[in-house]
Structures are given as C-alpha cells and as structure tokens.
Design a protein around this ligand. Sequence first.
Ligand SMILES: Nc1ncnc2c1ncn2[C@@H]1O[C@H](COP(=O)(O)OP(=O)(O)OP(=O)(O)O)[C@@H](O)[C@H]1O
Ligand SMILES: [Mg+2]
Length: 418
Amino acid sequence: MAKKKMSEEDWRALRFEATSLFTPSTPVTTADLFAGRQAQILKLLDVVGERGRHAIIYGEPGVGKTSIAQILRLLVPVKTSTVRYIRKQVFSSDTFSGIWTDIFREIHFRADIGEGPREYPVSDLYTAGVTPADVVRELSRFSENDIPIVVVDEYNLIQDPDTSRLMAETIKALSDEGINATVFVVGISDNVRDLVSGHESIIRCSEEILMPRMDQEEIRDIIEGRLRRLGMSIQGDGKWKAINLTKGLPAFAHGLGKGAVLSAIRNRRLEITEGDVDHAIDEVLNSSQNSLKADYQLATHSNQEKARYRQILMACALAQSDEVGYFTPKQVEEPLSAILKKETTVEAFNNNLKEFTEEKRGRVLHRQGTARIYRYRFRNPAMQPYVIMKGIRDGFLDDGARIALSRPEQSDLFSSGH
Ligand SMILES: Nc1ncnc2c1ncn2[C@@H]1O[C@H](COP(=O)(O)OP(=O)(O)OP(=O)(O)O)[C@@H](O)[C@H]1O
Ligand SMILES: [Mg+2]
C-alpha cells in the first residue's frame, strides 16, 4: 500500500483522535472500544434475559466494573424492545430513599395536569421519600417492550446499615414478584458478602460476577484496537513491555498507550518503538497529578543510605500473587534476591513488610491473616505497576530481567519455572 504523505494538519488531527481514544481516567462508553470480558458479558446478558435475576459485579479498584456495567446496555440483543438504562452512583452520605429518588428522576411518565400532556419525572410523585414497595411498584410499570436495567454503582460506599438492608429487601422483592427489571449492584470488594453487608437475600437472587484483572490478550486488545483505528502499529518489544507493566490494570494500558502514541506522533512516525514506550513510562512516573508519586515517596522515604525500602517494595510488586493480588513474604524472596544480587530470606525484610502496613509509610500494603501465615497486597492496586516502573527507572533490574519484560511469555519475571 502506498503511503500517503501526511501533512502537519493530518498529524494534528491524528494527535487529537489519539487523545480521545485513550481514556486512562474515564470508563469506556462505546462497545467497539471495549476490550475482552466475553465471559462476564455472557453472564450479564443471561441475567438481563431472565426475569427475577439480578447481578452483583465486584472486584478490585480500577479493573473495569463501571465500564462493563455501562457497555452492557449496548450489547443486549434488542429486536423490538428498548433498553432503559439508569445508572446511579452512590455517595457515602446517600440513604435508600435518596438513592431511589435519584433513580426515579430518570424515569418519566406522561400526564395532563391542566397544562396539556407532558412528561414528568416519577420522583415528582415521591417528594416525601421512597420505600421498597414504591420501588417495586414503579419498576413494574415499564412496558413489556422495555428492558429496564438499573445500575447502582460504588455500592461499597454505602455507610448506613438501614440503606443496605432496605436495598437487599427491595431486590429480593423485585425478584419474588418477577418484575421485568434488572438491578446491577456494582462495587469494590474482594467478596460479595462484604459488598452487600452480609445480606443473604440479595445474594440468593443475584448472579455473582467477579471482575478479575485483565489477561494479556485483553490488555493487548485495548492497545492494538486503538492503534488500528489510528492507522498506527507497535513493535513487539515495546508492545510486550507495555502489556507486562500494566499488571492487568486497564487504566495503565490507556496511560502507557497514550504516552507512547503521542511520543511517536511527535516524531512523525506511525510505528511505535520501545523508546516511545520508555518515554510513556517516564510520563506516567512524572505526572504531577499522579497521587501515586506522593504515596510512593511516603512509603519509601528514608534518611539512611542503606535503607532498602524501594528495593523491597519493588520485589513485592514483582512477587507471584494470587488472583486477588495477595502474596506471601516467602514469594518476595526470589525477586528481592535478584534485585539485591544476593540471596535474601524472609527474616531480612519481614519487619519492613510490617512497616509498609503502618501509617508512617502510608499503609502502602494491606496485611491479612495471622502471624506465620500473613499475606500482603498493595492497598491501591495501581501502586503495583507504578512501583515496577519506578524500579526500572532507578536501575533495580539487570539487563536479563529487563529483556525478559519485553517478552510475551514473561508476565511474572521471577516466578519459579523460568
Ligand atoms: N474492557 C475494557 N476495555 C478498554 N478499557 C477498559 C476496559 N475496562 C476498563 N477500561 C478502562 O480502565 C479504566 C478503569 O475502568 P472503570 O472505571 O470501568 O473501572 P472500575 O472497576 O469501575 O474502577 P473503580 O473501582 O475505580 O470504580 C478506565 O480508564 C477505563 O477506560
Ligand atoms: Mg467504577
């Protein structure tokens, strides 16, 4: 294919398009920019199809819970029906009545109160507050041709015990009555029980949908799908480096992808090199709006030359972990030995791990379990890729490990078996 010469105006347009395609801080809103998640989509579609069934979508911060809840309405196969989608983002001060008043504001009814036929929000009918019975009644009024989906997002922020109890009772009642509306409860949590404050009734009528971190293929889709739209491409080494560094967190695929694309465009290239990815890493690390930077400083600060906080935290970030991010002190030994270039055992750094869970170091790690079987993880998952990138910049990886990072099969650099 003959390459057409790009004018300065073309480059400017390309740059503009790139900044709109990569969205590190907002959920995805169009189906064709949404990558992977086929298994979760199928489950959610079944839930929407089945009367009386609802869903609880839970997982770590930033894995894409809001995005999937948002995108689903575009994926429901509609023939003659219409999806009625309402999303309510909960605030910690919200009560049951407040949550549903907001939702009712988005539902309209037609009436003629002497001003001619007009549309009014249902919330106008409930100025004195909303009860569970009101919710069941209003949600049963949708026409047979409507597919109502109500998303209650950030559910973990609900503080008031009455609110979570009433929400559970309401969803149970919607289910018992076979109302043709689907409620998605969405929130940050390791498990469903914590998210719904132990209310079994809501669990029994809901599908539990864990949003795991994304696998390499899905992360690759995020980057390559967008590059394809821009008519750009990326070389293997740079591509795998970016993919491996995200640790399955889609926001970093957006952040690194955007940085690398803009770097290539600045150099008037349509092909992205590993150098562009390195440039993107620097940008992510230096971005001043990035609260991770300050958190990292707090976690690793020290007046002592010999202190090894940065190396130990890097080793934690590289440690083999389970599907919700927990690792054991033992799993830190191998990467730390590689970073320090000398055999290092748990005794040498166990106290430092504990310090990382304390206020003084910003509680960068969270600890679970009891003595001897403690497990740790990063309190904020985004800290994990940040720490790895910072460690690379600070020269904590030798050439071998750095090269390994740019290979497809190398998602866990120091895990045994390699
Ligand atoms: N399937 C996907 N394809 C492409 N990008 C995605 C996908 N899922 C999530 N993202 C991107 O990842 C980032 C986080 O997504 P989102 O806000 O949906 O996560 P979340 O789990 O709701 O986060 P939080 O826990 O903070 O509410 C956003 O930048 C979003 O654009
Ligand atoms: Mg969200």
